[in-house]
Design a protein around this ligand. Structure first.
Ligand code: FAD
Length: 287
C-alpha cells in the first residue's frame, strides 16, 4: 500500500526509520528488532540507503526492506540519486517491484566530498521523484527541513524547491529531526502558505546517547533548545539517566505534536526496539 493513502483517516500515523547494518556485521540483530516492533501497530517502516549507493549497501537495504514488507508492515526504501545513474534506479526499482515494495523515499543524498562519484543523471531529489513517477507504481515520499536545508540560500528558496519536489511526484513528506516543536509548527504554517498540502510526518529522534546526538546535530544542523541542552550536559556521563531523560523528552515532544493534529510521527529509531517500545506504550492512547 502506498503511504500517502494511509493518511486522512482521522488519526496520526506512527512510523519508524531503521538502517541496515554495515556489510561486515550480521543482519540478524535488525531482523530481531523488526520482529519485536511489529507488535506496535506501525503504519510503515523506512530503510535508509548508503549515500554513495554502492551495490553491497543497496543489497542490504533491499534485503531489510523486503524483510519488513514480508513481516506484514508497509515498507519504504530510501533512494539517493547523486551517485546513481538512471540505469541504476531502473534496476533498483525493478527489484523493489519484484519484492512487492510500493514505496520509496526519493533523496538527493549529501554531496560527496569526492564529486567524481557523482553520476550527473540527477541533480536534485525532485529529478529522482519525476523519474520514479514516470516508471510508475510507487508511492514517492520526500525529505523536508523545518530548520531549512543547510545548502539553501534562504527559507523561501528551500520551500520553493520543496514545492517543485511535490509537483514532481512526491505525495508525502518526512521532516528532518528537530527538538523544538515551535520550529515545526512554524514550518507547517510556511508549507500551508506555499500551498504544499501533502501529508507531513514529524521526524523525532529520542536523545539517548550524548555523543551520538552531538554527531547527528553536526551532520543535520538541528538546533538544541536550552531544556534539552541541560539534559545532555547533566547526563552525558550517565547512560541510563541520559536514556530515561531523552526518552521522556521525545514523549513530551510527540504528545504536543499529536495534540496539534500532526499527520504523523516518524521515529528515528536507531534500530533500538526497547526505546520504540517505551515511546509507543506512552503515546499509543493518543494516536
Ligand atoms: P534536495 O531536495 O534535492 O535538496 C537539496 C538542496 O538543493 C536543498 O538546499 C534545496 O533547497 C536545493 N534544491 C532542491 N531543488 C533545487 C532546484 N531545482 N534548484 C536549485 N536548488 C534546489 N541521506 C542518505 O544518504 N541516505 C538516507 O537514507 C537518507 N535518509 C534521509 C531521510 C530523511 C527523512 C531526511 C530528512 C534526510 C535523509 N538523508 C539521507 C539526508 C539527505 O540525503 C540530505 O539531507 C541531502 O543533503 C539532501 O537530500 P534531499 O533529498 O533533501 O535533497
Amino acid at each position: 500500500m502506498k503511504i500517502a493513502d494511509k493518511f486522512g483517516k482521522g488519526r496520526a500515523l506512527f512510523s519508524l526509520e531503521v538502517f541496515p547494518p554495515k556489510k561486515d556485521s550480521s543482519i540478524d540483530g535488525i531482523y530481531k528488532c523488526i520482529d519485536e516492533v511489529s507488535a506496535y501497530n506501525l503504519d510503515y517502516i523506512s530503510v535508509t540507503f548508503g549515500a554513495a549507493g554502492s551495490l553491497a549497501d543497496t543489497a542490504r537495504s533491499v534485503e531489510l526492506t523486503s524483510y519488513i514488507q514480508n513481516s506484514g508492515i508497509t515498507a519504504s526504501m530510501h533512494l539517493t540519486c547523486i551517485a546513481s545513474s538512471e540505469t541504476d534506479i531502473v534496476g533498483i526499482t525493478k527489484t523493489l517491484r519484484e519484492r512487492g515494495i510500493d514505496n520509496v523515499l526519493a533523496l538527493r543524498g549529501d554531496l560527496p566530498a569526492d564529486m567524481s562519484v557523482a553520476k550527473h543523471d540527477f541533480s536534485y531529489a525532485s529529478d529522482l521523484a519525476k523519474f520514479v513517477s514516470n516508471i510508475g507504481g510507487f508511492g514517492i515520499s520526500g525529505a523536508c527541513y523545518p530548520e531549512m536545508h543547510r545548502e539553501a540560500s534562504s527559507f523561501a528558496e528551500d520551500i520553493k524547491h520543496l514545492k517543485i519536489k511535490v509537483e514532481s511526484g512526491v505525495s508525502h513528506l518526512v521532516s528532518q529531526l528537530f527538538f523544538d516543536n515551535e520550529i515545526f509548527h512554524n514550518f507547517r504554517e510556511k508549507l500551508a502558505i506555499a500551498g504544499i498540502d501533502v501529508p507531513l510526518d514529524a521526524g523525532i529522534m529520542p536523545v539517548t546517547n550524548a555523543a551520538q546526538i552531538k554527531k547527528m546535530v553536526t551532520m543535520c544542523g538541528a538546533s538544541i533548545p536550552p531544556k534539552l541542552a541541560r539534559i545532555i550536559n547533566k547526563y552525558s556521563d550517565n547512560p541510563e539517566a541520559m536514556a530515561d531523560a531523552g526518552i521522556s523528552y521525545a514523549i513530551d515532544q510527540i504528545s504536543d505534536l499529536l495534540a496539534s493534529d500532526v499527520d504523523g510521527i516518524h521515529l528515528y529509531a536507531m534500530n533500538n526496539a526497547g526505546n520504540v517500545k517505551r515511546i509507543y506504550e506512552s503515546i499509543k492512547s493518543q494516536l
